[in-house]
Design a protein around this ligand. Structure first.
Ligand code: GUN
Length: 285
């Protein structure tokens, strides 16, 4: 069994982004900028936003967080997004999800300028991904592809079982795998007999937030396991969706969680923001 060390790869990629930011600053005086919209008091969201901000600081990005109260109106968030769309210091806009129940999330995501959509959640970029065109790709599944690539795990012709069908992880994950030539199954909450599907897979990618969902009896020997889930146990420990102890013994490669996919998500956010900044820098010339 070999660990897919997302933390180590993310550190390496961050150094590359930092170098490129320096070059960009020297060549055109441009500083990549990321604006984050955070609504409400969800502790997990606050932690993620804080980690993203710190990563921006480390690589030399400009970053700004619009911290809004839970009670904020749809209209007020929309006005903020429109201002950010027109702000030349901002190359990327990220709306931290989930949003409070009274907010229309889809409407907000559609309001973000697709050229600043570093999360890849705008239907324009979703469409480009499913058609195999260049665009912004959601950070978590993009990070998984980079991690597999780093360890020379070619998905072409492999049976991949994606567990979870969210717009943030499962669906874009499946699109990326399909675009890379994999045979893809997507399992979800209504899937009857999950084990029947995971047992067929060469690669299992799971991101649903259910502790110990994947156990050793559900996988074949030498499988590749990508654990995208993060949950907190009653004792306060962070764990993934995979029973790591037993599953790791049967697998050829496995991500730890935490420390696997999570750091890659942040590294991809930096890469996507740099990509947006480079396009904007060209347009300014
Ligand atoms: N909430 C959980 N994951 C994500 C993510 O990747 N991006 C945003 N914006 N919100 C999230």
């Amino acid at each position: 069994m070999q660990l897919l060390d997302g933390k180590a790869l993310a550190t390496k990629l961050e150094t590359q982004v930092k170098d490129e930011v320096k070059k960009l600053k020297e060549s055109c005086g441009c500083t990549p900028g990321l604006a984050v919209v955070l609504v409400g008091q969800d502790p997990a969201s606050a932690t993620y936003v804080n980690m993203k901000k710190k990563a921006c600081d480390r690589v030399g990005f400009y970053s700004i967080t619009h911290d809004m109260p839970e009670s904020i109106s749809q209209d007020a968030i929309e006005k903020t997004i429109m201002l950010l769309n027109n702000d030349t210091n901002v190359d990327g806009i990220l709306i931290q999800l989930p949003l409070p129940k009274h907010i229309d999330t889809t409407k907000l995501l559609e309001l973000v300028d697709p050229a600043k959509d570093v999360d890849g959640f705008h239907p324009f970029n979703v469409g480009r991904l499913t058609t195999g065109l260049d665009g912004f790709v959601p950070c978590t599944p993009l990070g998984v592809m980079e991690l597999l690539n780093e360890y020379n795990i070619d998905v072409k012709g492999k049976n991949c079982c994606v567990v979870g069908a969210s717009n943030i992880v499962g669906k874009p994950m499946a699109s990326l795998l399909l675009n890379a030539g994999a045979t893809v199954e997507i399992c979800h909450i209504f899937t009857d007999d999950l084990k029947k599907h995971t047992l067929q897979a060469d690669i299992v990618l799971v991101g649903v937030g259910v502790i110990n969902l994947i156990t050793e009896d559900m996988i074949k020997d030498d499988v590749v396991i990508v654990d995208i889930g993060v949950s907190r146990t009653k004792e306060g420990k962070l764990v993934g969706d995979v029973d790591f102890q037993s599953v790791s013994k049967k697998s050829s490669f496995i991500t730890p969680s935490p420390g696997g996919v999570g750091p890659m998500t942040i590294a991809m956010l930096l890469k996507n923001t740099l990509k947006a900044a480079k396009i904007n820098a060209k347009e300014k010339k």
